[in-house]
Each structure stands twice: as structure tokens, then as C-alpha cells.
Design a binder for this molecule. Structure first.
Ligand code: ADP
Length: 340
């Protein structure tokens, strides 16, 4: 750790938040310039939309989205048109503030006019998105998947996907959205940071129980129910690759401007957190990409009212230690030297 700055050059630089050190002339940095900006909700939606316009079938893993406030009229028009052509369509939408995280400021609506009522769109840009009403449930609960992806290089494009990830569970049994239950965050939002405050949250002491489990334990369960787990993995891999392809053009622009070719500079790699929701029919849908996924392997436990202690979390440890270990192996400077 170099809390007051660094003097000697290093082989690997591990930055906590983003690429910010302009004094690096060699070695490898664990962040790409511009990644934080590129995975913000609005920028990601725009980048995926560009690809959806070009390749609608290939990019149907991202819910239809509109950017607020500027696309509000388009949102209203398109929803009206879709309702006119299919009167049985009773959609729900999810509004997510740009730059928000951990479920912060997110709410569900049934009709575009409900956005106006909150009066916040002028002050806070957001993405509004079709809500996936029929997610796959396990133990009657909605859950999402956090997968760790290593972008090892942009040119050539090298992507590694960790074989195990986390499944984060809601804490109230799921019901399809109705006006009555729209506000029930413990039913609709899978964020750990929200559900931890529910009385039903269960800290797992094994990888296949509780409110946070390994993804592999879910796959085992699905496979024992006869699901085609191989196909699911191959769909997830395509989703990851296509998402990164959508981000690549702008990432290259950032890269060129921060680390111009021909001048001494570092190379970059980055661990990304992909949040994915499985639909009832096992189709994976991309929710968001996190440029700085939490690598904590402990959680806080309240010993007595107001007294907290950090205790190890076996599920986080199982998944995240492997991610860091394999990342370091893959970017190992000695290996690179030997290869050269
Ligand atoms: P944040 O960065 O605040 O966590 P997300 O985009 O991950 O924002 O959304 C928070 C949660 O809301 C997700 O973990 C998921 O449970 C739920 N969610 C988000 N988008 C959708 C969607 N289109 N359909 C259904 N659920 C969604």
C-alpha cells in the first residue's frame, strides 16, 4: 500500500477505484481509462442500443431502455404505440438513476405518467427500462447473478469469465408486479445492500443456502431439475462478449488519449462485475456492469444492538479469492517475460 504516493516502478499496480495515476510508464494497471464512465447506466444503455440497432437479434439480452430526461417523449410515444398494437400488454418499468448503485433511488412504475409525479427527472438523469416480470425463482425467491469477468487486453480482445459467481437473493417471496406490491423492494430488488436490512436475510454458512449463494450451487440445482446448463453457460458467455464488444470502440478512444501508442506507458487489465438476471425460460438478461466490484470477503454482524463485528463470509471467500488468484496468474509479469 502506498497511501502517500509511490516512488519505485512496479510490475502490477492495483488501484482501488479507477485509473487515475498519470505517472506510470511501464507494468500493468488493474483499471482501464474510461471504464467507470463507460459502464454508467446511461452510457452502457447507449452503447448497447447502438448495437441493438445494428444487430437486434444478437443484442436482445438487454431490456428495452430509454434515457431520461431527453427520451421521455419517445418513451411515452413508444409505450402508447405498443399498447395500441397489443392491448393485452401490461408492462412494468423500472427507473434507475444514472450513477446510482446498490439499488439507490430505484423504483417501479406501471405507466410513463408515474415518472412525472415524482418530479425528479429534471434534476437526476436516469434510465427507464422494461421490468422483467417473469424471473427464474429458486425457493420462490427472485435472485440475480454476479459474475466476474477479466478484461485482460483490449487489443487483441482477451476476455476471461470466472467459472463461479454469486447469486444474490431477495428476502420476500416473489409476486409479479401489481400496483399493490410495486414498492416492496425485498421482493423486487436483489441488491445485497437492501436485503441485508430485511429481517429475513440469512447469512450463509455454506455455499448453497441463505441469501447469498454460489452460482455453481444454483447450476447444480437447475441441472438436477433437468435444465440445459451447458446452453445457459454458452448464452452467458455470448452476453458477456457482446457487451464488451459494445463498449470497446469508446474504450479504445479513452485508451489512446490516456496512453498514446508509441509513448512509454502501462498496459491495462480490469475485473468487471456483470449483474445478470435469469428469466423463467433460463434466458440471461444483462442488468448492469460494475467497474469496481466489491472484493470484500467479510460481512458485518450485529453482535448486540449497535455493536458490529466483521466475520468471514464463506461464499464470498470461495468465489472472490479464486477471481483475484486467477487474475494475478493470468497477468503474471514473469509469465509474460518468459513468453516474450
Ligand atoms: P444498482 O446499480 O442500483 O444495483 P441495478 O441495475 O443492478 O442497479 O438494479 C438493481 C436491482 O433491480 C437488480 O439487482 C435487480 O434485482 C433489479 N432490476 C434491475 N433492472 C431490472 C429489470 N429490467 N427487470 C427486473 N429487475 C431489475
Amino acid at each position: 500500500q502506498f497511501p502517500f504516493g509511490r516512488r519505485l516502478p512496479c510490475d502490477i499496480y492495483w488501484h482501488g477505484v479507477s485509473f487515475h495515476d498519470n505517472d506510470i510508464f511501464s507494468g500493468q494497471v488493474n483499471k482501464f481509462p474510461g471504464m467507470t464512465e463507460m459502464v454508467r447506466k446511461i452510457t452502457l444503455s447507449r452503447a448497447v442500443r447502438t448495437m441493438q440497432d445494428l444487430f437486434p437479434l444478437e443484442y436482445n439480452f438487454y431490456p428495452r431502455s430509454w434515457i431520461l430526461p431527453e427520451e421521455f417523449p419517445l418513451f411515452v410515444d413508444e409505450v402508447r404505440m405498443m399498447k395500441d398494437s397489443d392491448p393485452s400488454w401490461k408492462p412494468t418499468f423500472i427507473v434507475k438513476p444514472d450513477g446510482g448503485c446498490q439499488g439507490d433511488g430505484i423504483y417501479l412504475i406501471k405507466d410513463p405518467s408515474d415518472i412525472r409525479l415524482t418530479g425528479s427527472i429534471q434534476s437526476r438523469p436516469a434510465v427507464v427500462q422494461e421490468y422483467i416480470c417473469k424471473p427464474l425463482l429458486v425457493d420462490k425467491l427472485k435472485f440475480d447473478i454476479r459474475l466476474y469477468v477479466l478484461l485482460k487486453s483490449l487489443e487483441p480482445l482477451e476476455i476471461y469469465i470466472a467459472k463461479d459467481g454469486l447469486s444474490r437473493f431477495c428476502t420476500e417471496p416473489y409476486q409479479e408486479p401489481t400496483l399493490k406490491n410495486l414498492h416492496q423492494v425485498f421482493m423486487h430488488l436483489t441488491n445485497y445492500s437492501l436485503n441485508i436490512h430485511s429481517g429475513n436475510f440469512i447469512h450463509s454458512d455454506s455455499v448453497n443456502t441463505g441469501s447469498k449463494r454460489t452460482f455453481s450451487s444454483i447450476l447444480c440445482r437447475l441441472s438436477s431439475r433437468g435444465a440445459d446448463v451447458k446452453k445457459l453457460w454458452s448464452d452467458i458467455i455470448s452476453l458477456v462478449i457482446k457487451t464488451i464488444i459494445a463498449l470497446t470502440p469508446e474504450l479504445k478512444v479513452y485508451y489512446q488519449s490516456d496512453i498514446p501508442s508509441g509513448k512509454p506507458g502501462p498496459t491495462c487489465f480490469q475485473i468487471l462485475g456483470f449483474d445478470i438476471l435469469l428469466m423463467k425460460n433460463l434466458k440471461p438478461m444483462l442488468l448492469e456492469v460494475n467497474a469496481n466490484p466489491s472484493m470484500r470477503i467479510e460481512h458485518e454482524q450485529e453482535l448486540s444492538p449497535g455493536v458490529f463485528e466483521n466475520v468471514p463470509s464463506p461464499v464470498d471467500e470461495e468465489v472472490k479469492v479464486a477471481v483475484i488468484r486467477d487474475t494475478l496468474r493470468l497477468v503474471d509479469p514473469q509469465k509474460k517475460k518468459r513468453k516474450d
